[in-house]
Design a protein around this ligand. Sequence first.
Ligand code: BEZ
Length: 258
Amino acid sequence: MNRLPFLSQTLHPQAAGPVRLPPGYRGGTGWMPRIGDIFPDFEARTTQGPIRFHAWAEGRWTVLFSQPGAFTPVCTTELGSLAEAIPELDRRGAQAIGLTPDPVADLTAWCADVAALFGSAVGFPMISDPDGAIAGACGMTHPKESPDVPIRMTLILDPALHVRMIFEYPVRIGRGTEEILRVLDALQARDRLEVATPADWQPGDLLLVPSAFSDEEADARFGAGGWRPLRRYLRVLAPPATAHRAAGAAATRLPRAR
Ligand code: BEZ
């Protein structure tokens, strides 16, 4: 059964090769992923064999990252860092998958070398996109860079394949794996608890009442007294594990109410 109706619709005329881009994603300069979009489906060759992306990704959180190339310094450290973080991804019900323009044989050799360098196996697939068909159709190239070379992009997709976070880094700047894990935690807290998270939030810190909730709705959702206003527009609540404490006593980087 086709769970995603757009998959049976006409392919985007600009979508070269294996990518199925829904008609609603058509645009004069090509589609760019936006938060809330369902990420397009595609077929790919990977270091773990051929995949159809939706079938592979659906049902778990996915960290999808593109890199300009194998056997390059920044990309190597990023791959090692993510390989080391696989237990942390597992703890969050998440999986990683990378994409570069290199042939599968080169990616396989590079992954082995990264494992030797960092002491952690690259236990996730790396997609080979030699002609840039996937990167180009999925907004992972940049008009100012080569059309065949992916930029340093990271997307977090939820189990229903929606884009929930997008980072783009310059070619010479390596990504922060800690930030990827932090955003996964924040997105999962948001979905589980219907909260917002403040700047620099870490698990255990105070949470925010989303601005969309009236005070009455906040009472209904979090309990009267379960949250408190620092300002009319800034309402905080303790995370569940510390709910027995006064909200202001929880670890927080927020100002105390004055
Ligand atoms: C790097 O990962 O260091 C890199 C990748 C592509 C071009 C230049 C540098």
